[in-house]
Write a protein that binds this ligand. Structure first.
Ligand code: TRP
Length: 335
């Protein structure tokens, strides 16, 4: 079992935006073509439940994110693509791991600590509105990862601590029972630029500055026209390294296109023209996938079928592996 196993989860809390595409979806789909890698990509709906308690939004987000990965060409015969909640072995493993997890380790989780701090700052009780779901989030995530004996986990910087916790939990289990788990590593893509949003800050739902991935053409153009620039006039040289618009262009451009656009900035391209070119570049990249996306959304049965098939393949690994894990803990048949 020496093959690299790459695994990552996407929480089903919202609508995919350009930042998700550039920073996660596109590199993951590309990586899944590597013959020497087995990839597992899944919709982390149990994780989403911590934040998203609106049933309609949960289902809609699951639909949109699944359709996105399929429309962008994820090859589901190679990669295993599934919904977390279709794999009952994951919550089972979560409990087993919960019993090997130090509470003190969870107390140190950044997300939990930030929630406590926010409460204290607001003069509330430290535990106000904090659920056990939020507190135990890292254990569920460790179960996602360890369930498939993953070796490499592509994540954003904010998730690195969760990977350290998964290793810690795996090591405790291995030490106490038997060496069943490989120790996973976080893969943080430093060279994948963090895409700025319309206002220049990191593109993120929490800043409300995102450009949704699947806007119809006209609306996409409008959204790009609204990216904030400065007041330099046409003909005045512009600094590409101080421009959210350029950073967004660059994330979609080839090295030659980037060099040409940098030159155009220095020569004083008008903002309106730079925006038009940025729109055309992004729209060309998405135009065919957008048609597939719309067709998929109109046919959720097909998406559901893909997820069911993915679940069967995921469980082909998870079921026997969980048997071994249970066996190791002494939870086993008497004879
Ligand atoms: N917590 C991750 C995030 O917010 C999502 C996630 C859930 C995940 N389970 C995972 C990522 C397992 C990698 C591996 O981005």
């Amino acid at each position: 079992m020496s093959k690299r196993t790459v695994l990552t989860g996407i929480t089903t809390t919202g609508t995919p935006h350009l930042g998700n595409y550039v920073g996660a979806i596109k590199p993951c789909i590309e990586a899944s073509h590597d013959e020497n890698v087995q990839s597992y990509y899944f919709l982390a709906d149990y994780h989403a439940l911590v934040k998203n308690q609106d049933p309609q939004r949960m289902q809609q987000s699951t639909l949109e994110i699944a359709a996105t990965w399929l429309a962008l060409g994820l090859d589901t015969r190679r990669a295993v693509f599934y919904r977390q909640s279709d794999i009952p072995e994951i919550p089972e493993l979560t409990w087993i791991l919960t019993c090997s997890t130090a509470k003190g380790l969870m107390n140190r989780a950044h997300a939990y600590k930030a929630a406590v701090q926010e409460n204290l700052d607001a003069g509330e009780d430290a535990d106000f509105a904090i659920t056990m779901g939020l507190f135990s989030y890292p254990v569920l995530m460790a179960a996602d990862i360890l369930m498939f004996n993953s070796t490499h986990v592509p994540v954003g910087k904010d998730q690195v601590q969760h990977l350290e916790m998964a290793r810690d939990i795996a090591q405790r289990f291995n030490h106490h029972y038997s060496e069943l788990f490989r120790l996973p590593e976080a893969v943080v893509e430093e060279h994948v630029a963090v895409l700025p949003g319309r206002d220049g800050r990191k593109m993120s739902k929490s800043y409300n500055n995102t450009i949704p991935l699947w806007l119809p053409e006209k609306q996409l153009r409008k959204a790009i026209m609204k990216i904030v620039t400065n007041s330099l006039e046409p003909g005045e040289p512009k600094d590409p390294d101080d421009s959210a618009l350029y950073a967004i262009y660059a994330a979609f451009a080839s090295p030659e296109q980037r060099a040409d656009m940098r030159e155009a900035y220095r020569e004083g391209i008008a903002w309106g023209q730079a925006k038009q070119q940025t729109f055309e570049l992004i729209n060309d990249e998405l135009i065919q996938a957008r048609e597939r996306y719309e067709a998929l959304i109109a046919e959720p049965e097909h998406i559901e079928q893909e997820l069911q098939e993915g679940a069967v393949r995921a469980r082909a690994f998870a079921t026997p592996f969980l048997d071994k894990i249970r066996e190791a803990t002494g939870i086993r048949k008497l004879v």
